[in-house]
Design a protein around this ligand. Structure first.
Ligand code: 5AD
Ligand code: SF4
Length: 472
């Protein structure tokens, strides 16, 4: 049988990027091979995001475009199946089926291991929908990626250690779309990381909607806190960098702080969303922490690891947010000093408590606050990036650059760093002396010659650009 072409388009967070890989791994034994474009594909999966209104609207416009592609495929005598997966599928399954006849399968994030059966069911019954939260452990059903798939995905990989959230912030859909918080057992995480490392992966980003709430069962039969998991993973040969996302300020335990003090492999760059600097708004958001609590958490990290840098998420225009609340957010940003941050206009999500709150903020006020906050964050990010100039910073090289002879990697703070070198340095951590800066990218020269053997791990110095897991 000739390979069947699979195109997955992912929206939203890192968890979706990871889930897309797992869907591809589930479909590989069925003869599906990934392709970069929907055109000519036998199966297209839209891996959707429901976190804000704009994110979910995209699904319906993309489905409009896919309808034309599917009709063209039918005229060419081919079939094209369309699957809607991800959090919009979970939240609006029935509605998708009603609104978009072009869709063959709707599948929620807990059921990706059933994709082959759902496709078969759609073939015989016309359509298939599965958005249950099964009681069984969904993690256990996921297939292992092949060696070939791991190699094709590069030297940096995501590993899900935890999924779901029990925090119920009043604006957030995650507890409804991803369900209750669940952690994978330590042994399973270790197996995954070992397998990735054995196949050339050098950097692991542990992901979860509330990753530092991790409490997976350890080798002693007891729940392990997140920090303890990090200590264990840092000892796996081949792994030179560990990262994690996304963390909640309430769940920062001492073992995590200790891990930042003790582990060279643990990168000194932490995504710690605060959402607002106003205690009144934080309470209305049900964040379960005050601005001062957040400042104290930041201080604990900084005491343990002075070169640590932070990124965050902010929501402007949450219901009831007055000028003085917004001023408190700006003040907090000023006090912390971020290397990067994301900021969003509040978007009411159906079914969440905040969607029923009456004191809405006008669009004009939201727009104006967003611009003000983003300007402040941009200036902090630029200042942070400028501190890299003239310094020698460890870079993990991961891919060829756009220009011939150029290799690109990431600093500990996820800034892209470019040097002229041979592609033999891909997979190695090497010190780079930074000569110039273009927007978010650093340019420099190798400060020492590459090792011919295994990648090294140097201690780090140095600013940020990246993508996080929707959550906390
Ligand atoms: N409106 C605006 N932003 C939101 N986020 C989550 N829910 C909403 C919402 N309803 C943001 C939060 C979260 C990030 C992933 O998305 O800042 O940390
Ligand atoms: Fe959970 Fe984060 Fe959503 Fe709050 S914002 S409910 S902590 S995922």
């Amino acid at each position: 049988m000739p390979p069947r072409k699979l195109h997955i388009k992912s929206y939203g967070c890192q968890m979706n990027v990871y889930d897309a890989q797992r869907m591809a791994d589930t479909l590989a034994p069925e003869g599906y091979v990934e392709t970069a474009s929907a055109e000519g594909a036998d199966l297209v999966i839209l891996n959707t995001c429901h976190i804000r209104e704009k994110a979910s609207e995209k699904v319906y416009s993309e489905l409009g475009r896919l309808r034309a592609a599917k009709e063209q495929a039918a005229r060419d005598g081919r079939g094209m199946n369309i699957v809607v997966a991800g959090c919009v599928a979970q939240a609006e399954g029935e509605e998708i089926i009603r609104r978009a006849p072009v869709v063959d399968v709707v599948v929620g994030p807990q059921s990706y291991h059933h994709l082959p059966q759902l496709l078969a069911r759609a073939k015989t019954c016309g359509r298939a929908l599965e958005t249950e939260f099964p009681v069984a452990d969904k993690f256990g059903f996921l297939p292992q990626p092949s060696r070939q798939a791991i190699r094709a995905r590069g030297i940096s990989a995501f590993v899900t250690v935890q999924e779901g959230c029990d925090k119920f912030c009043t604006f957030c859909v995650v507890p409804y779309t991803r369900g209750a918080e669940a952690s994978r057992p330590v042994a399973k995480v270790i197996d995954d990381v070992r397998r990735l490392a054995d196949n050339g992966v050098r950097e692991i980003t542990l992901i979860g909607q509330n990753v530092n709430a991790y409490h997976g069962e350890g080798s002693d039969g007891r729940p392990w806190p997140f920090g303890k998991l990090l200590y264990r993973l840092a000892g796996i040969p081949g792994i030179v960098r560990l990262r994690y996302s996304t963390s909640h300020p309430r769940d920062v335990e001492d073992t995590l702080i200790d891990a930042h003090r003790d582990l060279d492999a643990l990168m000194p760059f932490v995504h710690l969303p605060v959402q607002s600097g106003s205690d009144r708004i934080l309470a209305a958001m049900n964040r379960r922490h005050t601005a001062d609590d957040y400042r104290r958490v930041i201080d604990r990290f900084r005491d343990a690891r002075p070169d640590i840098a932070f990124s965050s998420d902010f929501i402007v225009g949450f219901p009831g947010e007055a000028e003085e609340d917004f001023a408190a957010t700006l003040a907090l940003v000023g006090q912390i000093g971020y290397a990067a941050a994301y900021s969003f206009k509040y978007s009411p999500r159906p079914g969440t408590p905040a969607a029923d709150m009456q004191e809405t903020v006008s669009t004009a006020d939201m727009d104006q606050r967003l611009v003000q906050l983003q300007n402040l964050i941009d200036s902090q990010q630029s200042a942070f990036n400028r501190t890299a100039l003239g310094r020698t910073i460890d870079v993990l090289f991961d891919r060829p650059g756009r220009k011939p002879g150029q290799i690109v990697g990431r600093t500990p703070y996820l800034q892209p760093a470019h040097v002229e070198a041979s592609d033999a340095i891909i997979g190695q951590v090497l010190p780079v002396t930074v000569a110039s800066l273009e927007r978010y990218s650093l340019f420099g020269t190798l400060a020492s010659q590459p090792a011919s053997g295994e990648p090294s791990n140097h201690a780090a110095t140095g600013g940020a650009q990246f993508q996080t897991t929707a959550g906390v």
